[in-house]
Design a protein around this ligand. Structure first.
Ligand code: ADP
Ligand code: MG
Ligand code: MG
Length: 286
């Protein structure tokens, strides 16, 4: 098949080992994920002399929602997910997913990402480890928060922060927030209406159907994530609980962790901490 946008593709200037145009340029090794979202595969580029393993996310075009597309002079019409990953190439961050390349065919976009670790996400990690020490939780949570701060500072909201969307490299202890399929650019005065993401992690104001600005809802989801890391269970089990039940703390791991969790899971948007306040919290700086 002829490449559809050869000049634009060249302008992107991806590293020499990438710039594939076809899924057949890769040998698929195994599946990393398969479910509602589609497919994520472990692969290696056939003509790559280093035979470095990469991750390929198959995004089914027909499943991309109308407001998840964007137009750009360089990239043409692409999913916002690809646009944001592409923009992060100019300002990469060690705690965020990275896109090495992308290409498309009639039915799919293929997003080629670096493999970090063995392809384990934080959901699996929590399942496999029934006790995570407090310093390890602090270290993990801080990395995710640093990734989120980088996004917010670059006018991007993630909108689907959760354990499944964090990958972990057990050899280095490094964490990366991935999956920009629900992410969006912030613009002055821009508010979102549609509920995206995962119910368990949704802030009360989103469920109430209010418009929302993005950043405070990412912080709420971070609060759910930290609760899950500490207590291995969700703080709330249904919409009514999210909207109104007082936060129940199963046990006090430390005063600092409880204080930070309650400040992120603050129902009043105006009182909720922002990502800079999260990172300045004493519990993450002791
Ligand atoms: P979806 O938008 O469909 O949720 P994700 O981008 O979250 O797709 O990928 C689905 C799953 O695949 C993740 O939860 C994770 O387990 C795995 N995965 C995705 N990207 C990577 C990656 N770069 N490295 C390791 N695992 C990954
Ligand atoms: Mg995901
Ligand atoms: Mg997604």
């Amino acid at each position: 098949t002829a490449p559809e946008k050869p000049t634009e593709k060249q302008e992107i200037n991806y590293s020499a080992q990438t710039n594939a145009t076809n899924i057949d340029d890769y040998t698929i090794l195994s599946s990393l994920g398969q479910g509602a979202y589609g497919l994520v595969k472990l692969a290696v580029k056939k003509n790559d002399p280093t035979q470095k393993k990469v991750v390929i996310k198959y995004v089914i075009k027909s499943r991309i929602l109308v407001d998840c597309w964007t137009r750009d002079r360089k990239l043409g019409t692409v999913p916002v997910e690809i646009h944001i990953l592409h923009s992060l190439r100019k300002t990469p961050h060690e705690n965020l997913g990275d896109m090495l390349d992308y290409f498309e065919d009639a039915d799919h976009y293929y997003i080629v990402m670096g493999l970090h670790g063995a392809g384990m996400d934080l959901f699996d990690y929590i399942e496999l480890n029934n006790h995570i020490e407090e310093p390890a939780i602090q270290h993990m949570f801080k990395q995710i928060a640093l990734g989120v701060r980088h996004l917010h500072d670059n006018k991007i909201v993630h909108r689907d922060i959760k354990d499944e969307n964090v990958v972990l490299d057990q050899s280095t202890g490094g964490l990366r927030l991935i999956d920009f399929g629900s992410a969006a650019y912030l613009k002055p005065g821009r508010k979102y209406e549609t509920f995206v993401g995962t119910l368990d992690y949704a802030a009360p104001e989103i469920l109430r159907g209010n418009t929302y600005s993005g950043k405070p809802q990412d912080v709420w989801a971070l609060g759910i994530l930290l609760f899950t890391l500490v207590y291995r269970e969700n703080p709330f089990y249904d919409i009514d609980e999210i909207m109104g039940r007082e936060l129940r703390i199963p046990f006090v791991l430390s005063e600092g962790s409880v204080d930070l969790i309650s400040k992120m899971l603050e129902r009043d948007v105006d009182k909720r901490v922002n990502i800079h306040q999260v990172l300045a919290h004493p519990w993450l700086n002791c």
